[in-house]
Design a protein around this ligand. Structure first.
Ligand code: ADP
Length: 249
């Protein structure tokens, strides 16, 4: 195992995401317990788990929205404790809450976000991402007047606007039809510099298995199964998936 001090000094390591000893509780209830994770740059990890298993909490910790109780996260070599702003610039995030300004139009929402990151060529970037999520004809509509699926698409457009190396996605399939997901896949997977590192939580085994390079199951605050997609034991995966569904009902 690479020790923290040594790891922090290696800036050009091949890992996209590394998590060591991550713990998070709410009150007395532990959600993640001394959690370790490594994900190579350019790989896609899909995390499954029943409701309440901690998937959203993990994504919020990775995105620096939550602070861990203990442990550390590095994304593209940046520490969440020491360099959270560098992490925020390198990630695109789509959570359940689309985090849009409801009284602003699609265009205005994206412009606001782009200005926050001081992005060049903002008009071109906005046209590009609105095209990718098929919202060009809605660009002057206020976010509050968009359907749930359109709001999700706008949130995805915002996550892609700064062409991040890393994407964190919490159930991106919710509100999107299969065709839209199939069309979006290639735009999510690649930045202009190469394959994106992606962590995605989902309940949808079809899309999850299709998109994953690696799969993991979270249960009781830790990973109970992790495998690379190519050498995954599909029988064991489906057994765990069914167990999770039964427990969730
Ligand atoms: P999942 O995404 O797998 O459904 P979550 O990460 O949303 O799970 O939740 C894990 C547990 O943490 C749940 O018991 C949930 O109630 C609790 N939890 C999540 N966020 C908060 C919060 N902000 N305050 C208190 N409890 C929370």
């Amino acid at each position: 195992m690479i020790r923290k001090t040594a790891y922090s000094k290696i800036q050009k390591e091949p890992l996209g995401i590394r998590v060591e000893g991550l713990s998070k509780s709410f009150g007395a209830a532990p959600v993640l317990r001394c959690f370790d994770l490594t994900l190579e740059r350019g790989k896609r990890l899909v995390v499954f788990g029943r409701n309440g298993s901690g998937k959203t909490t993990l994504l919020k910790l990775l995105s620096t929205r939550y602070r861990p109780d203990s442990g550390e996260i590095w994304i593209n070599g940046n520490s969440s404790r020491l360099e959270p702003n560098a992490i925020r610039r390198s990630i695109g995030v789509v959570l359940h809450n689309p985090m849009l300004y409801e009284d602003m139009t699609c265009n205005e929402n994206l412009r606001f976000f782009g200005n926050m990151f001081d992005l060049d060529d903002l008009s071109d970037r906005i046209s590009d991402v609105l095209g990718k999520v098929n919202l060009v004809s809605q660009k002057e509509q206020k976010a509050r007047n968009l359907s749930h699926g359109m709001q999700k698409r706008l949130a995805i457009a915002r996550a892609l606007l700064h062409d991040p190396d890393v994407l964190l996605l919490d159930e991106p399939e919710s509100g999107l039809d299969k065709q839209m997901l199939d069309d979006l896949g290639p735009f999510l997977f690649k930045s202009t510099r190469g394959n994106r590192t992606i962590v995605m939580a989902t309940h949808n085994s079809e899309i999850g298995l299709k998109w994953a390079d690696e799969v993991a199951f979270l249960s009781k605050g830790t990973i109970v199964y992790k495998a690379s997609r190519v050498d995954m034991d599909e029988g064991r995966f489906h057994d765990i998936f069914l167990q999770q569904l039964e427990r969730a009902t």
